[in-house]
Each structure stands twice: as structure tokens, then as C-alpha cells.
Design a protein around this ligand. Structure first.
Ligand SMILES: Cc1cc2nc3c(=O)[nH]c(=O)nc-3n(C[C@H](O)[C@H](O)[C@H](O)COP(=O)(O)O)c2cc1C
Length: 203
């Protein structure tokens, strides 16, 4: 027995409640950008993932606001072509969520969220220094699907907290890394501390 949900007939709020609730856990990108005047913005996006590695690309989807305007992240990325995508662990969770509040353009969630910053190497958007992972990215593509905007960016440079990834093998040590994920909206999150392994199938 299954229940049917005609998501195509109910786009928007209902589809969000169901689909964002079912397709979990989702990684969360905390994205910093700068506007044309150089002012910093930070916002979290869980419609996000790494999408490929040759070249290394990631995608995330800032939906337009109810009044039809672009979110600051989208506007800044279109204006400057650069961003830094951060992954957060549990000690940073509350500050990451605080970055989701709507502020007037140019008012900085970074300062309000109390993140320390440092300059990135290849992009103008700043790195939030406490985050275990910061990915310097450049804009590749943007497509609109109704109120959704899908951004694809190229990952240029990864800054990873010491001990998390082996500089020789580039392998990640999960004893040192436990990013949080998004569960049900508006306030559900998940830890990634409970793990199991399965051998990859070989023919
Ligand atoms: C954990 C989390 C995940 C979120 N994911 C998304 C998302 O994928 N797409 C989106 O449009 N908004 C998402 N939001 C809401 C945005 O972060 C929020 O609208 C924010 O104010 C946008 O900021 P900006 O205008 O500075 O870009 C999320 C919020 C939280 C707390």
C-alpha cells in the first residue's frame, strides 16, 4: 500500500513540505558571496550537492523570494561570478542557521553570525575560518525553472581543516569530520556520526 501525492499539481508549499521532508538528509552549503561593492553575504542552502569532479562542480538552488526578487546570494553570484561554499559541523550549526535570516542587501550575516573571516585565494568572497571545509568556486551556469534558480559552480580550491583530509592521499578521515545535514524543515537537522560500511559490488 502506498499513498499518492500529485506533486506536479501542487507545486510550492505542499511539494516543498513533502519533497524536502522525504529527500533527506541533505548536505548544507553555507555560501559566502560579495556584492559589486564588496560587501559580504552568507546564507545556507540545502538544495545543494557536489555534482561531478571532472571538472569539479557543485550545484545549489536559491529560490526567488515571494516578492519575485532574487536572494542576495543569487544576485551576488550573478554580479561577481564567485562564491565560497562551506560545510558546517555541529558546533557551527546555530550560527549557520542564523545566516538564513533575511537582511537588507549589504547588511552582513557574517558579522551578525559572528563568524571570523579570512581572504580566499582565488575569489573575492571570504572564507569563514571556523568551518571545516571551504570550497572556493566560480560561477559556471544559472538556469531558471519557475521560481527556482539552479546555479552550477566550478570548485577551484578546497580548504580543509587540518586532520580531516590526508594531504598525500586526499582521503577523508571521518574520525575528524562530521558535517551536519538537513532533515525536515524548518528546524530538523541530522548528525552524521552514526556510520556503517558495505563493500562496493565487484563483478
Ligand atoms: C539549513 C537551511 C537550508 C536552506 N536551504 C535553502 C535552499 O536550498 N534554497 C533556498 O532558496 N533557501 C534556503 N534556505 C533559506 C535561505 O538561507 C534564506 O532565504 C536566506 O535568507 C537567503 O539569504 P540571501 O538572501 O542572503 O541569499 C535555507 C535555510 C536554512 C536554515
Amino acid at each position: 500500500m502506498t499513498d499518492r501525492f500529485d506533486v506536479a499539481a501542487h507545486p510550492g508549499e505542499r511539494a516543498y513540505r513533502l519533497l524536502a521532508g522525504l529527500v533527506v538528509p541533505r548536505p548544507i552549503a553555507l555560501v559566502t558571496t560579495v556584492d559589486a561593492a564588496g560587501r559580504t553575504n552568507a546564507a545556507p542552502f540545502s538544495f545543494f550537492n557536489v555534482l561531478g569532479t571532472e571538472p569539479p562542480i557543485a550545484g545549489f538552488a536559491p529560490a526567488d523570494r515571494d516578492d519575485g526578487t532574487m536572494k542576495d546570494t543569487a544576485a551576488n553570484l550573478l554580479a561577481t561570478g564567485e562564491c565560497v561554499i562551506h560545510l558546517c559541523d555541529e558546533p557551527l550549526a546555530a550560527r549557520m542557521v542564523a545566516c538564513a535570516r533575511a537582511l537588507p542587501p549589504g547588511e552582513s550575516e557574517v558579522e551578525r553570525g559572528d563568524f571570523a573571516t579570512r581572504a580566499a585565494e582565488r575569489v573575492r568572497a571570504p572564507i569563514l575560518t571556523e568551518c571545516p571545509v571551504a570550497l572556493e568556486c566560480r560561477f559556471l551556469d544559472q538556469r531558471r525553472y519557475g521560481e527556482n534558480r539552479l546555479f552550477v559552480v566550478e570548485i577551484l580550491l578546497a580548504h580543509v581543516r587540518a586532520g580531516v583530509a590526508d594531504p598525500a592521499t586526499w582521503k577523508v578521515d571521518y574520525a575528524a569530520y562530521a558535517p551536519i545535514g538537513r532533515l525536515n524543515s524548518p528546524d530538523g537537522y541530522v548528525r552524521t556520526t552514526e556510520r556503517f560500511r558495505l563493500p562496493f559490488p565487484r563483478d
